[in-house]
Design a protein around this ligand. Structure first.
Ligand SMILES: [Zn+2]
Length: 254
């Protein structure tokens, strides 16, 4: 069977197990969410190039990650930002706070700390707002995930499914929320939130030129024009200016 068919078959099995298990609503516990995210993250990391060998680059991004994720509201998670040795322009968040920044993204953003801070802030928001967790709960049901997926063998296969779920976009509203919270975390961490404008413009450029290199996180997100406009509106509202944007003061028309 092709990996895709295998994945589909496993999903069907998980759904069946979920039904048999009589799992109703309920939430994945914080501990399970963290454990699940780490296991799925480990597998994802192994099959997507591993970590970059450059220790300085790892430390550089991890430090930005520490500052930005410290600005995220509760409930807090043991956030950890890692750099994947992969040339895709992408970033992804796993449940419980593991975040991967792809090396291709670091390069595309010229290793600029402000720009990286906003992307990390966006991913952090997907975790802090439980977008990641909710998606998994909706898709498979938490008992199935916990009992079947992660307490038995073949964790690798199942972890791949979790990764696949995470790699889709979270829907328009969640993406706009993540953009907005990303701005706040970036600002509160002491970086320039207006870098978001530059990042989105860069994405538009790459998407037009090399759509195939341009994966998941951004390709499926709401249209970049809408995102840029929403980001600017939020910067206006907060009165946050910086290198890439000056907030416009709106006339008071009521
Ligand atoms: Zn997103």
């Amino acid at each position: 069977m092709s990996p895709r068919r295998t994945a589909a078959a496993i999903l069907v099995l998980l759904f069946a197990a979920f039904m048999l298990g009589g799992c109703e609503e309920g939430l994945i516990s914080r501990e399970d969410e963290i454990r699940m995210g780490r296991q799925a993250g480990d597998e994802f990391e192994k099959s997507n190039g591993g970590l970059v060998p450059d220790a300085k680059l790892r430390a550089f991004v991890s430090e930005i990650g520490n500052r930005v994720t410290s600005a995220a509201e509760p409930p807090d998670y043991p956030y950890e930002v890692r750099v994947l040795n992969n040339k895709q322009v992408n970033a992804v968040a796993f449940p419980g706070g593991r975040i991967y920044v792809f090396k291709g993204l670091v390069t595309a953003l010229d290793s600029d700390p402000d720009k990286l801070a906003w992307v990390i802030g966006h991913e952090t928001a997907h975790v802090s707002q439980h977008h990641v967790k909710k998606r998994i709960e909706q898709a498979i049901g938490y008992q199935a995930v916990i009992a079947i997926v992660f307490k038995k063998k073949k964790a690798a296969k199942y972890a791949a499914i979790v990764a696949e779920l995470i790699l889709r976009d979270y829907g328009r509203d969640n993406e706009f929320q993540a953009d907005r919270l990303g701005l706040r975390y970036t600002h509160d961490a002491g970086y320039d939130p207006t870098a978001a404008v530059s990042v989105l413009e860069k994405f538009r450029e790459i998407q037009g030129r090399d759509p195939n290199d341009f994966e998941i996180m951004f390709a499926t997100h709401p249209g970049n024009n809408d995102r840029v406009n929403a980001v600017k509106r939020y910067l206006d509202k907060m009165g946050w200016g910086g290198k890439y944007y000056r907030p416009q003061s709106k006339p008071d028309t009521g």
